[in-house]
Design a protein around this ligand. Structure first.
Ligand code: PEP
Ligand code: MN
Length: 539
């Protein structure tokens, strides 16, 4: 385990997986300098609130629903797609809440889920080129090009695959606009629990789903019990009025240059500003933010979760320490532990391909105060889970770590039990979440170039995980799904996954297959999962 001092840039000294190589380093540095100046997207207060809600999930007092696109595109930053995604997550959460009688913590893969890890850095594609032997004619040539790494790296278009640093700024501004619209919708009563049938539900054609959902809503609206759960305290925390709900943002923190630039210190906890990370990796973190201005006249911190900084007293000990910068660092640390927040999202996770114990991503994650996710799959050894938990959560903070299992319906029995046993043998308390998508990806039989997932595999992995946890005396705290409420111009849902109550067939996939990355559950399939989950959580 690394014992060296953590800084927002200490990951740069570690080997990095899935790296993006930029040709124009000066351009990259210019972009990062700009990003370091831009304001945070989310605040420590919100981040801490999510962490405390996740502590409730770990204790079995709430259920975690996390979902959204595999890869967001900059073009998704538009009112309709955002409203559709929000509606689906809100509707699903109501159905789950109704069945389980547990508050639902909602985290969307949204407002920053752009970067993608890839199994191969390049791919072979058909390119149309001029045919020199026949003037005016073209021919198709096979070419090896860089893989699409997400809209914040390069373009999906085959001729736009060189990584462009400017896209990092694009990611920031599209995330900001998306988040701004989500906040606007929620503050304007979009999530008003009195009118959930307005949430873009009208395009759902299945009368059975309409009936089932109407029944849920009627029962919910009649239920005083529900009001208490939806609005009241879990572990003493406030959840806002019934007009609105909490919704948190998340993404895979893959591009560490970007994440570093949005990592901000809470040193200025008595002010409204954050300290951006220094561009120099070697600068001691604690020497920053000395001249921040206090907002307000009383001595209360503007951030209720952060203690007011102690005054700098000119004691003898301090004067001596001032002559040695390292000692000064230690002395300041003992007064107050500085916290660093990733302010690009409330929750970020480490992917299955970047969780090497001595790698750059784990190094970055070990220093931030956000709640984090770690993908765990068949390639994760049980002892590795324990070591990674020791590294990223040395203080055993409840709600800090969510283990996002993605084993596949066929392998979950084989691997999850040993992972549970390994964690149970420690004093770590985690949120156990089931990502029922990434171990269940298959090729379409009618068109092998299309990736798909079978609804039955998704449900099987979730129900098997629940049963395994029950047997082990632990709790499946939540699910992690790739889904979208997106519809085409005629109002039809996407056709990327097979099965569900609409009985989508393999041959139907090409009808409205829209994803540029992994296949997502569509609106109806998302509701189907929620109804099944509600049933299981009730029993
Ligand atoms: C993802 O969540 O889109 C992803 C790439 O997952 P994993 O790291 O589990 O493969
Ligand atoms: Mn994916």
């Amino acid at each position: 385990m690394s014992t060296k001092e953590w800084t927002p840039s200490s990951w740069r000294e570690k080997p990095i997986a899935q790296d993006v190589i930029y040709e124009d380093k000066a351009h990259l540095e210019k972009v990062l300098t700009k990003l370091r100046r831009l304001p945070p997207l989310v605040s420590p207060v919100e981040i801490d609130r999510l962490r405390s809600q996740l502590a409730d999930v770990a204790a079995g007092k709430a259920f975690l629903l996390q979902g959204g696109d595999c890869a967001e595109l900059f073009d998704d930053c538009s009112s309709d797609p955002i409203e559709h995604k929000l509606s689906l997550i809100l509707l699903m959460s109501l159905i789950i809440l109704h069945g389980s009688r547990l508050p639902v913590v909602r985290i969307a893969r949204i407002a920053g889920q752009y970067a993608k890890p890839r199994s191969k850095p390049t791919e072979m594609v058909d390119f149309e080129v001029a045919d020199d032997s026949i003037p005016g004619q073209t021919k198709v040539e096979k070419r090896e090009i860089l893989s699409f790494r997400g809209d914040n790296v390069n373009g999906y278009d085959k001729s736009d695959r060189n990584p462009d640093p400017e896209r990092l700024l694009g990611a920031y501004f599209h995330s900001t606009a998306t988040l701004n619209y989500i906040r606007t919708l929620l503050l304007s009563g979009f999530a008003d629990l009195h009118k959930p049938l307005d949430w873009s539900f009208s395009h759902v054609r299945s009368p059975e789903i309409h009936k089932a959902f109407s029944a849920v809503i009627e029962s919910l609206q009649d239920s005083l019990d529900f009001m208490k759960v939806a609005t009241g305290a879990v572990g003493g925390g406030e959840r806002g009025g019934i007009e609105t709900v909490d919704l948190f943002t998340s993404h895979e923190a893959l591009l560490l240059e970007y994440e570093e630039a949005l990592t901000r210190s809470d040193e200025g906890s008595t002010t409204r500003s954050f300290s951006p990370p220094s561009s120099k990796a070697s600068t001691p973190a604690v020497s920053r933010s000395v001249s921040q201005v206090r907002v307000g006249s009383n001595s209360e911190s503007a951030y209720p979760h952060s203690p007011v900084r102690p005054p700098k007293s000119p004691s003898l000990a301090n004067s001596l320490a001032n002559s040695f910068s390292d000692i000064r660092l230690e002395s300041a640390k003992s007064q107050k532990k500085e916290k660093w927040y990733n302010t690009s999202a409330h929750f970020i996770w480490i992917g299955d391909r970047t969780r090497q114990l001595d790698g750059a991503h784990v190094e970055y994650f070990r220093g931030i105060a956000n709640p984090i996710g770690i993908k765990t799959g068949p390639s994760m050894k049980p002892e590795e889970i324990v070591r990674i938990l020791d590294i990223v959560n040395p203080d055993r903070i409840p709600g800090k770590v969510t283990l996002i299992g993605r084993y596949g319906a066929e392998k979950v029995d084989q691997f999850l039990p040993a992972h549970i046993d390994a964690v149970k043998a420690t004093d770590h308390v985690v949120v156990w979440q089931c990502d029922a998508m990434h171990g269940n990806t298959k090729s379409s039989q009618t068109d092998p170039s299309l990736k798909t997932r079978h609804f039955v595999d998704v449900i099987t992995e979730i129900t098997k995980s629940m049963a395994i946890h029950r047997e082990k005396g632990t709790i499946l705290g939540g699910v992690h799904l790739e889904l979208t409420g997106e519809v085409n111009e005629e109002g039809y849902s996407v056709t990327e996954c097979i099965g569900g109550s609409m009985e989508l067939q393999d041959k139907d996939l090409s009808f409205n297959y829209r994803t540029h990355c992994d296949p997502r559950l569509n609106f109806e399939q998302g509701l189907d999962v929620a109804f099944l989950l509600a049933d299981h959580l009730r029993s």
